[in-house]
Design a protein around this ligand. Structure first.
Ligand code: FAD
Length: 251
């Protein structure tokens, strides 16, 4: 398996750093290929603008999707974006490794998505999205550390369910581009637990990496389950098909 880890933590000795190191060691020892984009170490530019392109479609008005479509047709992405796209198309599985910051991705990783997930049919668009997406057939997984304890992120917890917090990433970015989304690997409160618990988390993470091809996935409705206004035709039908209420769906 070819695994692409996009790592977003400014401190190499952090627990996030330990997780990425554990993943690299476990995967390579088992004969898998691994590519890592360590965004802080690379000094990755997270600001999406004209620097994304070597081509210009409209010099008077910057509309990113139009520039992306033009660049997709004219081989016009900047070398730093093209290098990330190459790894994205190369991999069988994408791992986003990050600490939860303000209920979402650290800005450097959000910027990576903003710049690399380009429209115009390159990574999405032209009818290629969700189960018909460009990246269909590949797996993707969030691997994240969270400051709070897990009860806080349960259905009745102060922060609300973690599945709701990760929905914009799992559904809005990963499933949107066609990935099959693996259940996230979550480490709660790594700073507050004992060395033994941290070691157990790392052991479980190695196992998850080695079982990536068969790890449980999140089932989302397919495009055919929606009407022309992208509203679920029948939430009940989707529920019986998925075995649970569609994630993000509200009665
Ligand atoms: P670290 O502090 O780097 O590591 C935790 C512990 O693991 C340390 O004691 C370290 O020494 C130890 N360790 C490192 N390597 C190993 C190893 N190999 N073996 C064993 N132990 C090891 N939290 C929330 O819950 N919700 C939020 O919305 C949120 N927003 C935030 C926004 C910002 C801007 C910031 C800075 C933090 C936020 N947090 C939030 C907290 C954040 O999620 C946690 O600080 C982060 O997840 C902790 O992960 P870390 O890798 O930085 O841990």
């Amino acid at each position: 398996m070819r695994v692409f880890i996009v790592h977003a933590h400014p401190e190499p000795k952090s627990f996030n750093g330990a997780m990425t190191q554990a993943a690299i060691e476990a995967l390579t020892a088992a004969g898998h290929e691994v590519a890592v984009s360590d965004l802080y170490a690379m000094g990755f530019n997270a600001v999406s603008d004209r620097c994304n392109f070597t081509t210009t479609h409209d010099p008077h008005y910057y509309r990113q999707e139009s520039e992306e479509s033009y660049a997709a047709a004219h081989d016009g992405f900047s070398s730093d974006i093209q290098a990330e796209m190459d790894k994205l198309f190369w991999c069988d599985a994408l791992i986003l490794q990050f600490p939860l910051w303000w209920f979402g991705l650290p800005a450097i990783l959000k910027g990576w998505v903003d710049r690399v997930f380009a429209s115009g049919g390159k990574v999405y668009g032209n009818g290629k999205w969700f189960d018909r997406g460009v990246l269909a057939g590949k797996r993707a997984m969030c691997s994240t550390t969270i400051g709070g304890q897990s009860p806080m992120y349960s259905a009745r917890g102060l922060s609300g369910p973690i599945s709701t917090i990760l929905f914009p990433i799992n559904h809005g970015m990963l499933y949107f581009t066609g990935f099959t989304v693996v259940e996230p690997f979550i480490v709660y409160a790594p700073r507050r637990v004992s060395d033994e618990v941290r070691a157990a988390y790392l052991a479980r993470y190695r196992d998850r990496m080695l079982g990536l091809a068969t790890a449980p996935t999140i089932s989302y409705p397919k495009l055919d389950d929606y009407d022309e206004q992208f509203v679920l035709k029948s939430p009940k039908a989707a529920e019986s098909q998925l075995g649970h209420a569609p994630e993000g769906w509200r009665a």
